[in-house]
Structures are given as C-alpha cells and as structure tokens.
Design a binder for this molecule. Structure first.
Ligand code: SF4
Length: 719
C-alpha cells in the first residue's frame, strides 16, 4: 500500500468510517498528479468521501515536501466544512502517522475582513456617515452591533459574525483591494486582519480559498495567494463560471458617484465638476439605451452616446487621479483617504477604458436592471485560453466534483478548460449510493403558468401545504429574489409561525449562519435563491424536502451565454464536442442539484418539467438533461433524459410506480420540488419511500398525494 493509502486508512479509521475503494482510487490519482506535476479530473459521486480523497494526498505531499497546496472551493459552505470539520479531524488523525503535524489556513478576499483603518474612522466616508446618523432604526442598531463585534473579534472575518449583515453596514468597515493603503503605509498594518491571514497562509501546508481568489491570482496576475506547487479545485463544475465572474467588469453611475464622493474634498472644484458632468452624461446615455431593453442585451458596438460618455468618464477620472498623485501629504489618515479615493477612481477609470477598447474576444452588454439603475458589463468571450495559460500551464491541477460529465464523458468540461484529453487524466470513481432506488418524483398538475409577479399563488399554496405535510424541514429554492420575497410574505400569513418557522435568505446574507439555523431547528423551512443549491449540507432530519420553483434553465437571454454560443456556431461546431453550451449548463446544473440533495442514502430530488396534461412517459422524454451517465445522444438532446432516475411519475397515472419500488409502502422521507418550470411547466416534487407502512402507490389519484403515516404526514386526496 502507498503512503497515501495508509494515511487515508488512518484518517477513515479515526473517524469511524469504512474503507471506500473509490476514495482510495481518487486519493492515489491525486497523489500521482501532484507528485509528477500533471493534471487529473475526478468525478466523485456523493458519498465517495471526496474531500478526504484529495485532502489526504495534499496533506501527505505538503508535509513531506514543505510546499503548500491550495484548495479552492466555489461555495462558502464547502469552505466552512473543510476548515471547521474536515481539516481539524484530518490533522488530528494524521498526527500519529506523520513526521510533523499538518497545518492549514483559510484565505478570503480582503473585503471579507474588517479593515481597522476604516473601523477607527480616520477616513470619513459618505455612506458610513449616513448610516451612523441613522436614528434607532433596524439598520442603525445593526451598525452599532456590528461595530461592537468588530472591536472585539479576533479574526475580523465577516462570516464569524453571528447574524446577517446589511451590505451597506459591512462596506462601512471593510475595503476592497484598491482602497487599501497598503500595510507598510497603514497605521494599523501590524494588526491588520488581512495581513495576519496572509502570513498564516504562507506558513500553512494547505490553504483553503475560493475560485474567485484563484482566478484573480492566476488570470489577473495579482498575487493574492501564497507560493504553492499544486492546486485542488473542488466544485470544479463551477470553475468556468466563477472565473468568468471574477474577471467580469461592471460599471454603474453609482460607482462614479461613489468615487466623486470619496475624492471631492481632495481635488479642485473644477476637477470635481468635470467628473460630475461626465457622470451625468453617462447616466443619461445608459438610461436612454436601457429604456428600449426588456432585459440584459449584448451591445455588439457601443452606441455613440455611451461611447462619448465613457470617454468623458475615463478622462475625468484620469485627470482626478493625476491631481491626487500630486498631493504629498504623508499624514496617515490623509494617505488612507487618498488611497480610498484613488481606488474608487481607478475602478471606474479601468472599466470605462476596457469598455472603450473591447474587441471581438470580449462581450459587452447592458443590463437595464431593477429600479432603472442600468449596468454596463464586460466579460471575455471565453476563459478557456486564460485558464490554460495562467493556471494549467503553470501548476499541477486536481479538479473534482460530484458532477462533471455530460453524456457520460468529460470532453465538454475538458474543452471548456482549454485542455484536451491528451494532457489531463480523467476518471469517474462512482458513488456508493443507488440513485435509482432513492428517488421518487411527484409532479403536481394544473398549476397556472407564472405571471408577471413570478410564482403563482396556487403554487405558493401548494408549497404551504407541502411544508405542513412534511412538518417543516423544507428547503425551498427560487430563481429570483422576488420569488423568495413573495413566498416569504405568503407563508408568514399562511403558516403557523410557531409550528413552522420560516427562515428567509436576503441579498448579501451569510449563507453559513442561515443554514446552521435551518439545520438546528427541525421544524424550520428555509427560503432562498438557487444559490443555495450547492454546498449546503444538512444531514439528518432537518431537510427532508426540497422545493424548486422552476427548472434551472440558463436564461434564454443571457448575453454572455448567447454570445458564446454564437461564437461556437460561427466556428461551425455545436458547443464542445457536439453538445450545445446551454444544454451543458442546464445538464450540469440539474445534475448538481441532484447530487447536492443525495444525502446519507436517504433521498434524491429532481425537478421534472411536465407540460400541462402531459403523461409520465412524456415527462421522461422531456427531461432536459442526463441525470446519470446516459449515452451522449440522450444527454445532448434538449429534452432527453438518461441515467438511473427512472422512477419518475406524476400524481395520478404512473405515480404509484414512482412512489415505491414495490408498489406500496409509507413514505418515510419526502422531498418535494415544486413550482413552475420554464415555458409554463408545472410543479414537481420528489419523495422517498422507506418501504414501511401501508401507503399504496396505486391509490394515488390526486394532485397532492404521498405522505404516509410514518411521520405524521398527510394524504391530501385527489385533485
Ligand atoms: S492594511 Fe489595508 S485592510 Fe489592513 S487595516 Fe490598513 S487599510 Fe485596512
């Protein structure tokens, strides 16, 4: 047995687990890739023990070579799991078998930590001033509470604050990269939380970070990570999206106004006026263009008025920056104020400049936004070349996830990363779960199509009944914030709040705290956006039901995706290796959802879009992606379904088949996915039959069925 096998056995034994061949296969492949400087892509299904499958070889490598391995996750939830649960247990378990203890550290972006310079208020800032002058409102009280916490925290890490924080409050005590004056010039440089974290990371064997930090370090060439000789990317299905997001630039009039607010007191009135005129011109131009748009729209060339406004903004910022640079005041608070002003100006200047020179390898689009606040955005047409050059050509990379294949192959993923199968090893180590025996689908019929207000009242009513039936324990995910708000408003009136407490995700919330609350209270229901689809691990009985308001189709009008598809079509291909990009996105998203919901051999859940009046057989035919590894033709077909989730049924004919493999039995666990799919598709849900009791599948004739007696669930009769 290899060192890695021995180390993995030691860890698993210490944790009281059992040997899993897939996990050993993965660990050895990871060790080989890191050791010989190659790349490996590993699909490790739920239940494989994927995190130890890479952490153990990474730890063995780091501790024996004294080099650092960087592990990047897409979600904060997984980051927390690694740092708070897996790595401490791994370090303890390996201590007796390693020559020295394994160390680890977490590293996030600067704006995740309290900035002491800003906290101590040497630089007056418009927004924080406004917040502090707020009387005893909810926000005002939050400002006081957060600042009290910030004065006493040992880490300054936003995620350790025990409650949600309004983004405006957080901004008043944190800075972005460009606003930081730099530790050598900062009066608080020695105590700075970000600096301390960086130093810790430089000493650690394993550094946990996120995809965005990895992209900034590798693609943008800004050294935010410590020296390392291998990278592990977990939730690797997200890498392309997260890397794209990290290097997507945005420009709003609010950004320009913020920069003016910061710089106003430090430059001539004439220079301020020039900035203000440029800002107003941009405001007029963007609003004028946005008026005609129904949603985010690609600008294949910049309209003249936008071109003129951007030129004015860029030049006015340039002018103001030159004036700032001439200021020689060395007093620390003056330097900090100048740096914050400079950072805000640079942000605007650089985006305006990039928009003006965008070429055929860029995509520019205008998002009219909510509340008539348009945003100009700029992203690269493709990140594959950037990833290849900046990441894969420089460092051995291990990329893993529970869901990486499309149509049973890695070729679409490998292509999107700018690689070919000849320079990367790909493997699928499977999953110990039997998906086919764990999932049952419920499709409610006759729900109206979503209207202008989003999810229909009838669907919300259905959701309320399902929550009551499951005794809370529901994770309900919506495709828009409006959907979350509507459901929250409705459920607060409709449900008994004592029996069924409802937790609601708000923009900017710390997901970790919300999920902890949800996991701690079995009767609770958590409403959130589809961002909670992944990285949320709620073992046990607190989450037995999942509701999704629509199938996760990428927006048909997504300008970036559309531009990428056009570019592919122009090359005479259809997506990577014959699979359409939109289908790849959809396929991976849906499979991801399924993978995320398979927990502890209990349940899986999946949304099935069923046309009104459709038959179950047609449901299957219309499933828009492969869930398992069906053949390519199934996966590639927009309405094809492959894979093991065959027990799909609709309430009414065919549902009994899905309800229990033996045609009967109580439903012990229930998971429900509901809502309207794209194109007016109806509610769908999944349930898991435990095989006890007297629930008979074929007695199901109604719209809301299921719910056997085992856990007090309810039978709601025919529609
Ligand atoms: S070094 Fe930068 S982040 Fe740290 S306290 Fe100073 S200004 Fe804030």
């Amino acid at each position: 047995m290899s060192d890695v096998d021995n180390a993995l056995d030691a860890v698993i034994e210490a944790l009281g687990g059992q040997r899993r061949e897939g996990q050993h296969e993965m660990a050895n492949a990871v060790a080989t890739a890191i050791g010989d400087g190659s790349h490996v892509i590993v699909q490790a299904g739920t239940g494989t023990g994927k995190s130890f499958g890479y952490l153990v070889p990474a730890a063995v490598h780091a501790a024996t070579t004294n080099n650092t391995v960087v592990v990047a996750t897409a979600t904060l939830a997984l980051q927390r799991q690694l740092v708070e649960r897996d790595l401490p247990r791994l370090a303890e378990a390996l201590e007796p078998v390693m020559a020295r203890p394994v160390t680890f550290a977490v590293l996030k972006g600067r704006n995740n930590y309290v900035c002491l310079e800003k906290l101590h208020g040497t630089v007056p800032e418009d927004e924080s001033e406004a917040l502090f002058s707020t009387k005893r409102t909810e926000l005002g009280e939050q400002v006081i509470a957060v600042r009290e916490w910030a004065e006493s925290t040992e880490t300054g890490d936003r995620d350790e604050y025990p409650d949600e924080i309004d983004p405006r409050v957080w901004r008043s005590i944190s800075v972005g990269r460009r606003e930081c004056v730099g530790e050598s010039k900062c009066a608080f440089g020695e105590e700075c939380f970000t600096v301390k974290r960086r130093l810790q990371a430089q000493e650690a064997d394993i550094v946990i970070t996120n995809h965005a930090m990895l992209a900034i370090d590798a693609i943008e060439g800004i050294p935010v990570l410590p020296e390392h000789d291998a990278v592990v990317i977990d939730e690797g299905h997200e890498l392309v999206d997260r890397a794209t997001a990290a290097i997507t630039s945005e420009l709003t009039v609010a950004m320009v106004e913020k920069a003016i607010g910061r710089v106003r007191k430090q430059i001539d009135a004439e220079t301020v006026e020039r900035l203000e005129v440029a800002s107003e011109t941009l405001d007029d131009a963007m609003r004028e263009e946005a008026l005609a748009l129904g949603g985010p729209t690609q600008l294949t060339s910049l309209p003249k008025n936008v071109l003129l406004a951007l030129t004015m903004v860029r030049d006015a910022c340039n002018n103001a920056m030159s004036e700032l640079a001439a200021d020689r005041d060395k007093e620390p608070s003056a330097m900090a104020a100048r740096q914050q002003a400079r950072g805000a100006l640079e942000d605007v200047h650089d985006v305006a400049g990039s928009l003006l020179i965008a070429g055929e390898h860029d995509v520019v689009w205008l998002d009219p936004g909510e509340n008539r606040a348009p945003t100009l955005k700029l992203a690269p047409l493709s990140v594959s070349g950037l990833l290849r050059e900046a990441l894969f050509n420089k460092t051995p990379v291990v990329l893993t996830s529970a869901t990486l294949t499309v149509g049973g192959g890695f070729d679409s993923l490998v292509g999107s990363l700018g690689l070919s199968e000849s320079n990367v090893v790909t493997m699928d180590v499977g999953s110990p779960f039997d998906h086919a025996k764990q999932g049952i689908l419920y499709v409610a019929k006759d729900l109206p199509a979503p209207g202008r207000e989003g999810i229909a009242m009838e669907a919300l009513d259905e959701l309320a009944e399902l929550i009551e039936a499951a005794g809370g324990r529901t994770l309900a995910l919506f495709s828009s914030w409006r959907g979350v708000e509507r459901a929250a408003e409705y459920l607060r009136v409709r449900l008994d709040a004592k029996k069924f407490p409802v937790l609601v995700q708000r923009k900017g919330d710390s997901v970790g705290n919300l999920v902890d609350k949800f996991a701690a209270d079995q009767a609770s229901t958590l409403l959130g956006t589809v961002s909670l689809w992944q990285g949320v691990d709620v073992p046990g009985e607190s989450c037995i039901q999942v509701v999704i308001d629509r199938i996760p189709f990428p927006r048909p009008d997504d300008p970036l995706l559309t531009a990428r598809q056009r570019a592919v079509a122009a090359r005479g291909a259809v997506g990577h290796f014959g699979v359409d990009d939109r289908q790849i996105v959809l396929g991976l998203r849906t499979r991801r959802a399924v993978a995320a919901l398979v927990q502890h051999e209990e349940v899986i859940a999946l949304l099935l879009p069923l046309p009104d009046g459709g038959e179950p057989a047609r449901c299957r035919a219309r499933m828009p992606c492969a869930i398992g590894d069906g053949d390519r033709s199934v996966a590639a077909h927009p309405h094809g379904m492959g894979g093991p989730l065959q027990r799909v049924g609709r309430i009414g004919a065919g549902f009994g088949e899905g309800l229990h493999p033996n045609g009967g039995g109580a439903v012990e666990h229930l998971r429900i996915i509901g809502g309207k799919g794209a194109e007016g598709l109806p509610l769908a849900l999944f349930a898991h039959g435990a095989g006890k009791g007297d629930f008979a599948g074929d007695n199901v004739a109604g719209q809301r069925e299921i719910l056997g007696p085992a856990r007090g669930l309810r039978h709601s009769g025919p529609a």
